[in-house]
Design a protein around this ligand. Structure first.
Ligand code: F6P
Length: 545
């Protein structure tokens, strides 16, 4: 079906006009003109408070953006997703991550079948398994309890669980969980170097069970286990489980499908942490906290569907992102969690956003004539302040920032020191947002006594927009809410851009070429390549041990 060209809508035209008229309006002026601005532009979504006031938007811009969402059929896309329609059109699949956190009485119907009972059934199996491992009832091949779990996966089968496990560090009360993703042998090698095979459980997480990095790591892990235990393949059953949609490949690998937890092709890899792909998180924090994590997602799913446009956090976030990307030409967005446990959150969002919306054709295959997904990057504060913030404050590119912070630190240092740290952390976050928005003019710099020759170098132009996302504390529920907020932002932006946010054809070509080159490096017959690739293959072969 032909997709709409969003640039042909009347809202797009209005936004083009507004970009010329108010695109440069200063945040200083916007705040001076309206003392209620912060209050008016702060919304609540579940337990999250999102302050949009430091964004370069006026009422007219927001109205036009909301109109753009209407004209491009955002609501229809959301409804189609919840209705189980095949909105992933290039793979002819439904998109069902929202079903993973639905209550029993809800339904998610894909091709005529309500999938919610099956989702609950497999999660129940996962919970029972997690309880067995956590309580020590599940024994390894030599009869010992499991102390260490290694999740082997990559992309969505790694980034989500690794990010969430780390984010929920204060809730860890199960076996230690390690994550191996890179096919660089150093990754697996360094993890297993410190483990006792008798007490180690490997989770092979792969939706397709064909991902070469994961299978290579899993094979090496199996070899390590059998060597360490001096056992035959019968030992695998007590030390390997699989999370996958591909039972046949799991069986062929040698993992008993009894030890497999399944999901469905309509759960995209980068959306899969609330499925059994989150098993490693469940093992680490326990089923109860994992349920709270899922409930957090559900809170924002509800918010998405019921909050009016002006109070709808994912919608506003998406629309403001479109304003920056398509009308003010800002190419990137920085995600800056002021919470060390969220260290992997920017990396997680890179896949969520860039693999979803890094697309150059519309759903009907027609090339877009406008920008799509932004470059996403970030680091936890305050570390980033001492690295790349210089460019954000005084460089030549405007980079909108998304700050994430918490009023309370959980379970860190002794109470009085915990507050010293948290006060400093939070102060830095809101100070950065203030500095970025309002800057420091040349006159203000002069007034501090700076010598004239240095005034320009020390001036801060300001007017760099930011959003503040805050909550009381980083609990399992709040983490689920944060993830869902971003998932829906990505969905809405993809709907406006008329792209398919749920396929990822752009990862294929490199994989195919690597498969060709790998045997050539190992001494096989060489094929035809460009001169640079050919020279590098020859250099590698000459040095290969
Ligand atoms: O290479 C991209 C990708 O397909 C991601 O979309 C996915 O999350 C990752 O690989 C891992 O895939 P799998 O879970 O099938 O191993």
């Amino acid at each position: 079906m032909a997709a709409l060209d969003p640039t042909s809508t009347s809202a797009w035209n209005s936004l083009d006009d507004l970009a010329h008229k108010v695109g440069d309006t200063s945040l200083r002026d916007l705040f001076a003109e309206d003392t209620q601005r912060a209050e008016k532009l702060t919304v609540s979504a579940g337990d999250l408070t999102v302050d949009f006031s430091k964004n370069r938007v006026t009422d007219a811009v927001l109205d036009a953006l909301i109109k753009l969402a209407e004209e491009t059929g955002v609501q229809k896309k959301i409804d189609a997703m919840f209705a189980g329609e095949h909105i992933n059109n290039t793979e002819d699949r439904a998109v069902g991550h929202v079903a993973l956190r639905m209550a029993n009485e809800q339904s998610f119907v894909v091709d005529g079948e309500n999938m919610v009972p099956a989702i609950h059934a497999v999660m129940e199996r996962a919970r029972a398994f997690a309880e067995q491992v956590r309580s020590g009832t599940w024994k390894g091949h030599t009869g010992k309890a499991i102390t260490d779990v290694v999740n082997i996966g990559i992309g969505g089968s790694d980034l989500g669980p690794a990010m969430a496990y780390r984010a929920l560090a204060p809730f860890h009360d199960g076996p230690r969980v390690h994550f191996v993703s890179n096919v660089d042998g150093a990754d697996l090698g360094r993890v297993v170097a410190n483990l006792n095979a008798e007490q180690t459980l490997f989770i092979v997480a792969s939706k397709s069970f064909t991902t070469i990095e994961t299978l290579t790591n899993a094979e090496s892990a199996r070899e390590w286990l059998l060597r360490e235990l001096q056992a035959d393949t019968s030992a695998v059953a007590k030390h390997f489980v699989a999370l996958s949609t591909n039972a046949q490949a799991v069986g062929e690998f040698g993992i008993d499908t009894e030890n497999m937890f399944g999901f469905w092709d309509w759960v995209g890899g980068r959306y899969s942490v609330p499925s059994v792909i989150g098993l490693s998180v469940m093992l680490g924090v326990g089923p109860t906290h994992f349920t709270a994590f899922l409930d957090g997602f559900a809170k924002i799913d509800d918010h998405l569907r019921i909050a009016p446009a002006r109070d709808n956090a994912p919608l506003l976030m998406a629309l403001i992102g479109v304003w920056y990307r398509n009308f003010l030409d800002f190419p990137a967005v920085a995600v800056l969690p002021y919470n060390n446990d969220l260290a992997r959150f920017p990396a997680y969002l890179q896949q969520l956003d860039m693999e979803s919306n890094g697309k150059r054709v519309r759903t009907d295959g027609v090339p877009v004539t406008y920008e799509t997904g932004p470059i996403v990057f970030g680091e936890p504060g305050t570390n980033g302040q001492h690295a790349f913030y210089q460019l954000i404050h005084q460089g030549t590119t405007t980079i909108p920032c998304e700050f994430i912070g918490f009023f309370n630190a959980i379970d860190t240092l002794a109470e009085e020191r915990a507050w010293v740290h948290n006060d400093q952390l939070f102060a830095n976050m809101i100070a950065q947002a203030e500095a970025l928005a309002f800057g420091e003019t040349a006159d203000e710099v002069r007034a501090t006594g700076v010598e004239e020759a240095l005034v320009e170098a020390r001036t801060f132009p300001g007017n760099t927009p930011s959003t503040l996302i805050v909550a009381d504390a980083l609990t399992p529920s709040v983490l689920g809410q944060l993830i869902a907020l971003y998932e829906h932002k990505v969905l809405i932006q993809g709907a406006i851009w008329q792209i398919n946010s749920f396929d990822q054809w752009g990862v294929q070509l490199g994989k195919v070429l690597a498969k060709v080159i790998e045997p050539e490096l190992a001494g096989g017959e060489t094929g035809t390549h460009d001169a640079s690739t050919t020279a590098m293959i020859a250099a590698y072969r000459a040095k290969r041990g």
